[in-house]
Design a protein around this ligand. Sequence first.
Ligand code: ADP
Ligand code: MG
Length: 565
Amino acid sequence: TAQIETHEFQAEARQLLQLMVHSIYSNKDIFLRELVSNASDALDKLRLESFRDKDLDADIDDLRIDLEVDRVARTLTVRDNGIGMSRDEVVDLIGTIAKSGTAELLRSLREAKQADGAAASELIGQFGVGFYSAFMVADSVTLVTRKAGQAEAVRWASDGTGTYTLEPVADAPQGTAVTLHLKPEDAEDHLHDYTAESVLREIVRRYSDFVTWPIRLEVERTDEDGTTTREWETVNSRKALWARPKDEVSDEEYREFYKHISHDWLDPLRTISVRAEGTFEYQALLFLPSRAPADLYYRDAKRGVQLYVKRVFIMDNCEALVPDYLRFVKGVVDAQDLSLNVSREILQQDRHIQLMRRRLVKKVLAEVKAMMSDDRANYDTFWREFGSVLKEGLVEDPDNSKAILDVASFASTHDAEEPTTLRDYVERTGEGQDHIYYLTGASRSMIENSPHMEAFRAKGLEVLVLTDPIDEFWVEQVGEYEGKTFQSIAKGQVDLDGDGEDSAEADKPDESEFDALREWLSTALADDVKEVRLSSRLTSSPACLVGDTHDLPPALVRMYQQAGQ
Ligand code: ADP
Ligand code: MG
């Protein structure tokens, strides 16, 4: 009819559409996430607007998002009964790209000549692509919308090339319906057949499960007598637990949620919730599992933290949110002010994300510390399962090494059964001792039987028994705890009485008596040791090997040897 108008897309919008039509994203499924997110925003806006404007003639009783499928016509419609758009808003919001960033994006794409492949999709990640992502899976898109409180509705249609059409619609329900005429090639691909109930269900579950509005799907049921009925089913769980105040969520709900995101069947040891308000708003709900996963030490082990933006799932395995040494932490971080298409690279560089990560690390360490005093049994489990991983942080993250040492515990000669904290060690040693003595080795019995132990045992000095391979790495780097330096009892000159190793001058035999023996040993062991010297550190063994203060730790030496160096 004469009422159909044809409009040109703004130049930049046309370019972005081009990129979408040629599907620069490897993951097409995200179109649904974008449309659901827009629908969810529209419902949020309507709810807010109806609070503000009591006179608004709008229906807010049954706000929801419906996914309607026509398998014959091969269309998928995403319908909401939210705020809707006026005709002018459709032109402004859908026909042009108002977002200032997009022009910049397209310019950098051109300049970098990266309009193909992965690099382009990374660049795009900085900017929202939103509605246009529909053209990744559709040959043409129709949008019918009626603004809440207004009578006239409008139909927008485009095939994603240079133009779109607009026409008035006589009667349309409040809200927006976006209909995708799906590309025929996806019909053959059972994973990407967007008319299939199972495919839609799975995408909603993956990306939009915690959208607070119901997302409904019309499903077919066939009775025993062969009659088929269609009924609406809500396919998202709608539980954005992290957005609810902690005291309103039951332990049971937290446990269920943990199991849902972690695929663990055990309960978590601890639930940690974080809320930040202000310029960069976010909520986090993190969990300490009760058992280490099998792949904890694999190089490409998955991280457990998922990123959401405004309740919309963005990515899992999000390495920007937690450091390597907290890779066992599971949970969700929901940030308010990020683009839905934010990429991993962008996250790594984002200043807000870095601040958030720092806060999350501190919070997790603080919770472990709290667990030490209020839930000792869980702390013991935690340390047994994850202590070695946490100690990697002593090397990786010097800023937090004090906080990590505060929650660490170690086997010690003080007690054969119970590990000790460093605080307890320091308290026991008292004023006189400036060192925290330790010995590293492959096993407790090897360490206990080491000749190096003799003098320490004789003097009743406590020695930490460090059998974890990682211990060799951090102990030198960290250096001290509460003013006491870590001192290996197998290295250099150990000053046991505060006035030199060879302090017992009076008892000491004349060194020259041993010259012949030392010379003979030096020659016989020339290839194996640097020096043969007399020592007072032994009480019953005749000899022991001592490392130089600056020698590489034995574990490193073994590593180099294995690497053929
Ligand atoms: P973004 O959501 O990042 O703003 P989109 O391309 O997804 O970008 O959408 C552009 C704009 O179009 C939205 O900001 C919104 O104003 C409008 N819009 C899109 N979908 C809907 C909808 N279902 N209901 C109301 N407005 C919508
Ligand atoms: Mg959007």
